[in-house]
Design a protein around this ligand. Sequence first.
Ligand SMILES: [Zn+2]
Length: 371
Amino acid sequence: MNTSIQIGKIMGIPIKLHITFLLILPVFAYYFSVSPAPFGFNDVQLSIIRYALSLSAAISLFICVLLHELGHSAVAKKNGSNIQSITLFLFGGVSAMEEIPRNPKIEFKMALAGPSVSFLIGILLGIVYIVTKPADLSYTAYMFQNISDNPYLRLIWLMGYINIILGIFNLLPAFPMDGGRVFRAWLAGRMPYIKATRTAAGIGKMFAIFMGIFGLLAGGIWFILIAFFIYIGASEEEKSTEVTVVLEGVKIRDIMSKNVTSVTSGMSVEELVDIMFRFKHMGYPVLDDSEVKGMVTFTDVQKVPKEDRKKVRVSDIMTKELITLREDDDAENAIKLMTVNNIGRIVIKKEKQMVGIVSRTDILRSVQLLE
Ligand SMILES: [Zn+2]
């Protein structure tokens, strides 16, 4: 299911809205319309102006989140990373990068760029608010009184305030938030990258647990949700970093299985099921005279009714369009292809001949051995 819609491109990067974002936007607008000054507009008498201001605040909030994300992207692009897209979610933005640069200096700059943009917007709006002060009002009265008197200027003040909070919040050292990334980059200058990631992720998870407990005690559903996302994010990035770092420089030939049980395309499905029971693998390459014809898996077999298994051939149910790799390709490519295409094994070919196979199990085993 496609859960995001693209609204345009900025700096060549597709900007997408996630479905959760479209749901939360009216919720935020509603929140601003019922909250008192200075965090909302419930005192505005004319309802059309009240709703217009609240909706403007909600939309501005997400534009600010987008600008924060573009800050990260601009630095990433300048340093040669390819940004595939920026998606605005329930809790803000996520930039999809082909890979996060494993260079502490670049990562440091990249992580700081987002909060810097937020602080910059916050300070600019603060200045705009201050310079609009009428001459007959004192600064104290203007800062404390006027926010309540003028709802239009309050919108400017509120956006400035939210950007400063956004900047501070993102700098919390809870990996994978920006502050946690800065922390990991700092650690990575002093210890191996994996160890730095593990330490930062550990602290991120601890932060998430404390935040979750605080949310439970204080009844703050937002804290619980954010804590949950930080915890999952930290665990996932820790795992994927581990795998890519360990497999750096490793070639397909180093991790592939060479003694592969194969089947032929003329075999009946019944014979295939026998082989599956005997060798207990879920998928088999189909070879005719050692030339690769396709791949057949347990899922393909399940589609054939039991009574037809004698007459249906492997060639009728196998996948013919195969994704293959060569022995001297990087092992990392195998994981990328498996994840992107959601497949469990990749045939390794030398011209038309099969020389081996790489499965998820092969990769996991290699990662454990290499560690
Ligand atoms: Zn950020």
